[in-house]
Design a protein around this ligand. Structure first.
Ligand code: ADP
Ligand code: TYD
Length: 219
């Protein structure tokens, strides 16, 4: 474990790095590769995925993604994603930060802004306020956006049983992608936008270089 992340030294705890992008953009693939690389460098790494990551959050995940929940209102959806996140932050993310671990999140609060704000077209300001409560105002040190056209994910998403969110349609996913790009443009210091049409390896190298030079060494 690298002492550089310990709370006493950085004052803020271990770095939190979130990965965002539309379904099938390559987040899980890149997170697994970055985890391996950071561990090889001697860092303690915690990976979490949203919604989920705690027993309670996994139950909420089932409610959210089950196609049987087709009557779910967009406000209910927003609050359930946020509730799953609140539990994950308290139970896993805050303790990991206090230990000085590097936390890699497969989605975080920006997913709710992109999917429920831009995708479902709920008021962004109200979602931001909800996220302040859900995250205890914890913001990622870095957010990696794997940007990809909606059509490009079609060959990648092989699931024969699309979940409830994957059934939301192409126009919805287009608004989500555009929303992510707007969020990234508004806060370029926090976001690293990657062209996710590239092969897996060059994307991994781009992310690793950025994380090692700008996030891990600095923290
Ligand atoms: P996400 O976690 O964003 O939903 P995944 O990492 O699960 O995406 O990737 C979805 C599918 O696309 C997987 O089958 C994966 O192997 C493949 N994939 C991931 N990255 C790439 C890439 N850069 N080019 C082509 N296929 C990819
Ligand atoms: P998941 O199978 O984890 O998809 P992916 O591999 O693409 O991350 O399903 C999570 C789904 O929930 C995905 O469609 C994105 C959506 N989602 C929201 O709509 N809002 C949120 O706040 C979060 C965390 C996810």
């Amino acid at each position: 474990m690298c002492a550089g992340h310990r709370k006493g030294r950085s004052g803020i705890g271990g770095p939190l790095i979130s990965f965002e992008g539309i379904d099938g953009s390559g987040k899980s693939t890149q997170i697994a590769m970055l985890k391996k690389r950071l561990e090889a460098l001697g860092h303690a790494v915690v990976v979490v995925r949203e919604p989920g990551g705690t027993p309670l959050s996994e139950k909420i995940r089932d409610l959210l993604l089950n196609p049987g929940s087709s009557s779910m209102d967009a406000r209910t959806e927003t609050l359930l994603f946020s509730a799953a996140r609140a539990q994950l932050v308290q139970e896993v993310i805050i303790p990991a930060r206090e230990r000085g671990d590097i936390i890699l999140c497969d989605r975080f609060a920006d997913s709710t802004l992109a999917y429920q704000g831009y995708g479902r077209e709920l008021p962004l300001e109200e979602i931001i306020t909800t996220q302040e409560l859900a995250t205890s105002r914890l913001s990622p040190n870095l957010t990696v956006l794997l940007d990809l056209a909606v059509e490009e994910t079609e060959g990648r998403l092989q699931s024969t049983q699309p979940d409830r969110m994957e059934r939301a349609g192409k126009a919805f996913m287009q608004r989500v992608r555009d929303g992510y790009l707007k969020l990234a443009q508004a806060d370029p210091d926090r976001w690293l936008v990657i062209d996710a049409t590239q092969e897996i390896e060059p994307i991994a190298r781009e992310i690793e270089t950025y994380v090692v030079q700008r996030i891990v060494i600095r923290s």
